[in-house]
Design a protein. Structure first.
Length: 87
């Protein structure tokens, strides 16, 4: 919210009302988009830790198939979500 106010103040000083009117939806989309994907780092950390614990319990050692599979899946999800937000 503070960043949105700073953006609005800057655009209000440097540009016209049309640019300021266009800024509000863009800021809302960016703010809510960040909130939607904020779960990803927490969920990925928890899933990797759980997979690593299971691999260690199974005695896999360096060859950790669950950890690797979980990491690859998380990276694929991050690529898809990043591509969608980049468009």
């Amino acid at each position: 919210p503070v960043l949105s106010m700073i953006d609005t103040a800057s655009v209000g000083l440097l540009s016209g009302t049309a640019q300021q009117a266009a800024l509000n939806p863009a800021v809302s989309v960016a703010d809510y988009g960040a909130l939607v994907v904020a779960f990803m780092f927490t969920a990925t950390t928890n899933l990797i830790a759980a997979a690593q614990a299971q691999d260690q319990d199974d005695g896999q050692g360096d060859d950790a198939p669950r950890t690797t599979l979980t990491l690859v899946t998380a990276l694929k999800l991050a690529l898809v979500v990043g591509s969608v937000f980049g468009v």
